[in-house]
Design a protein around this ligand. Structure first.
Ligand code: 6GU
Length: 229
């Protein structure tokens, strides 16, 4: 998979060198290019924003540098993602869809957003999605894009050694994960649930499923199918 990121804060993405994604980059499973939006300006001050037409607070990102930056990375096969609190919600299903793509382009907006014509133009040359992490506001798209890249990247074949570990985690199968335990069997007076020491794989699977349902009901009832469905 190829990932291109356009941002005015390229330094944010230094963390992509470490951990699992860093290894995936070294192994060339995931190729990442980070592009400084200001490199596509032509004035002495490298201006990327201006006041909004129609008035109002804040600044809007000007279309010209965005147009040139996106022209340099987008192809007809790209999926272009604009992180935005006004976008569709990012879920594990979104991550799975994006993990199947060959080329993702992330356009990180700042200030009050990007001139709408940039999104409209990108939509005329490639598939475009405006995506939100959730119902809260971040200062810019950079941190959101980092989260999306981590969620997508770990689903790309070869990034995680043990693919089976992907099947049992929270949000795969619509339930939250069951609690996990390791040695020692007793710690500070707290014991590991005896069923996990029983060697009875049927009983263990049943207990884990019950734990998933109980935890989901308690903290995320919205994930369970409603009684009328
Ligand atoms: Cl994707 N961007 C920004 N700026 N704020 C957000 C977000 C994205 N998702 C939630 N809040």
């Amino acid at each position: 998979m190829r990932i291109d990121i356009v941002t005015i804060f390229p330094d944010f993405f230094g963390v992509l060198d470490v951990s699992l994604l860093g290894k995936a980059r070294q192994a060339r499973i995931i190729d990442v290019g980070v592009h400084d939006l200001r490199d596509f300006t032509h004035d002495r001050h490298r201006t990327v924003d201006d006041t909004p037409y129609g008035g109002g607070a804040g600044m809007v990102m000007r279309p010209e540098p965005w147009g040139e930056a996106l022209d340099s990375v987008i192809t007809a096969d790209s999926v272009v993602i604009f992180p935005s609190p006004a976008g569709e919600r990012f879920t594990q299903a979104t991550a799975r869809e994006l993990a199947g793509e060959q080329h993702l382009v992330f356009g990180c907006g700042r200030y009050e957003g990007i001139d709408q014509r940039v999104i409209d133009h990108a939509s005329s040359v490639a598939r475009v999605r405006e995506i939100s992490l959730g119902d809260y506001v971040l200062n810019g798209g950079e941190v959101a894009v980092m989260a999306m890249i981590e969620a997508v990247g770990r689903l790309v074949p070869g990034v995680i050694g043990n693919a089976a570990s992907l099947d049992e985690e929270s949000h795969e199968g619509g339930l939250l994960e069951y609690p996990s335990y390791t040695k020692p069997a007793e710690w500070r007076g707290r014991e590991v649930p005896p069923v996990l020491l029983s060697g009875n794989h049927g009983a263990i699977a049943k207990w884990r499923h019950e734990q998933q349902v109980e935890r989901t009901k308690r903290v995320r009832p919205d994930l369970l199918p409603s009684a009328e469905d």
